[in-house]
Write a protein that binds this ligand. Sequence first.
Ligand code: NAD
Length: 329
Amino acid sequence: MRVIFFSSQTYDRDSFLARPGVTDLELHFQPARLSLDTAPLAHRHEVICAFINDDLSAPVLEQLAAGGTRLIALRSAGYNHVDLDAAKHLGLCVVRVPAYSPHAVAEHAVALILALNRRLHRAYNRTREGDFSLHGLTGFDLVGKTVGVVGTGQIGATFARIMAGFGCQLLAYDPHPNPELLALGARYLSLPELLAQSRIISLHCPLTADTHHLVNRDTLAHLQPGAMLINTGRGGLVDTPALIDALKDGQLGYLGLDVYEEEAQVFFEDRSDLPLQDDVLARLLTFPNVIVTAHQAFLTHEALAAIAATTLDNISAWSAGTPQNQVGS
Ligand code: NAD
């Protein structure tokens, strides 16, 4: 069976080729992002293996189906970028990796909190320049601070456990409360209440029509002045220009982003020799109290191995006529 990987990086190739049994498949690793222009590369590949910034809109799915593709195997948990109605209509099966390492993402969210709070990004640059001064580097103790967790599924619950370990008070917002959070002493509140009472807010819900721009000008007005916002969920959960205004007037004190609404245009590529065309991202990067990472929260050895194992299992199960981890049907 011929499988083509879009948006593949060397770490994808390494993690898939390390799996036993992979020799039964003909794997083609393609660094290009899937789009209308690159879809012809999938011609005569029964399976395409796609990642989060690949274009899986109806016109692209139509091209894939016409070229002989029958299975879309996502290397991600999120599937907000797939037109599931079009896939169903075209008879394309869509499978995903529902969980690979909630620890990878939760620990990255904590890394952003610690780096922002203790200004590690600034301290790193200073000491390398021979500047050993401490002005402007004052942080705060995490113990006793209130942390709001938006979305308390696998990643949100893992994040909550870590923050409970720091001695933080937990607040939560999720239409489906998780007993694990209640056992940690978390209180479920409405979103405005959570935003008003939290010193740190971390987003771990999926991007849906309901959660699009969940953090916007109106909801930002509820924040405690100087609060910290961490987004490792999806870029579309926040209205980025509204975040910039909140940073400018101090309503938002710290911002850690691993995802960005327009990330498909820039993330996963070395663009350091090119002028940055995205003015919103360029403005974000000027703030000393903002850290942007390029969607790397998932990137641990353990998560990559789990993504490869589940994806190959998904392909085998589908080819045996018993699809697993299917979405949209
Ligand atoms: P999950 O399905 O286990 O949990 C999601 C939780 O969000 C569920 O409890 C659900 O009830 C809740 N939810 C749904 N709608 C909500 C709403 N309107 N408001 C608040 N909560 C809502 O998913 P997960 O594995 O914990 O992943 C969460 C998200 O993290 C994914 O959807 C994905 O977008 C993102 N993610 C990011 C990375 C990364 O590398 N940055 C990696 C993996 C996942």
